[in-house]
Ligand binder design. Sequence first.
Ligand code: PLV
Length: 365
Amino acid sequence: MLCSQICLLENIESSSGRRILDLGRKEIPEVEVSAVALMAIPVERDGRKFHVVTPVLESLALSKAAGTKVFMKMENVQPSGSFKIRGIGYFCQEAAKKGCKHFVSSSGGNAGLATAYAARKLGIPATIVVPSSTSEAVSQQMKEHGAEVEVFGKVWDDANIRALALAETEGWISIHPFDHPLIWKGHASLVRELKDSLDTKPGAIILSVGGGGLLAGVVAGLQDVGWLDVPIIAVETRGADSFNAAVRAGQLVTLPDITSVAKCLGAKRVSSRALQCASECQVISQLVEDAEAVQAIEQFLDDERILVDPACAASLALLYSGHLQRLQQEGHLTMDLDSIVIVVCGGSGIHMAGLQALKTQLGLK
Ligand code: PLV
């Protein structure tokens, strides 16, 4: 799958014996020029990045819960609502440069939103395939960006099979939500920004893992800035724990089903790159319960007045539920952590009624 995507990009590049017209700073394949001439060229075609440099904020509430100074990397303020735009925006721009005619993506929600956003900015049509677990509100947001949305299957893996079939269409390119080198390269910018913002290297970075794209991107970033000795705490919810299963087995594991409410962490199998990351730096795989993640959504809303997806709240639960201190007591992390960074990865799959429904479903007051 990974290989076929790379090959597709390469093929377009190598088989495009097409003459490239140099329009100032823009290189546009000749076949596209007539269409381009009829419309304004979006500025993003100039190579401007889609993501924004996000703030790094100290959280007194999270610091109190963790017993260590906590900095939040505020990816929730990215265009499209999550960190996904970093890697996906970059991937889409690179595909556009190579003459892509149509993006197709499978997503639990946030990767699809990032694809839909980038597609609109690039003026390229997009089809997003989502499973039935993705909320109608998120699909509606994708449609508002102009994307076509198709619902297929129960979980993300089902939707991905359909997306890969659609990607066989001439000129279409599959924008995988987490398993592509361009995605990791784009996500790596997050760590470079951390290096610019922080006075000192953090004692650990906490992030959520679905298919492992964020993890692979952060590891790439740590390599870029020479911080490979910073431990990563990779958090999943039980029932969406394909990374934890792979780390424990020492090989990729395909879960029989996704039973967690954190559907955006719901890849039945992580990318092989994600597992490889665990051997390149210190990655501590941790699980939290769904109830802990949902309680963390509410606590974080009260503490910071920010509403996040259960996928993001999994990482917050690591701090709110005392798992960080446990890791320290068990000797997995040093007791004298100077500071830690949590990636507030964001996510759009939540609203107040949805939070209430999750609480009811899990029997929480
Ligand atoms: N969500 C993907 C994969 O879903 C998606 O399609 O949107 N935090 C949030 C808010 C996310 O949406 C995701 C992934 C993650 C964390 C985990 O990122 P990953 O997949 O790169 O490990 C099935």
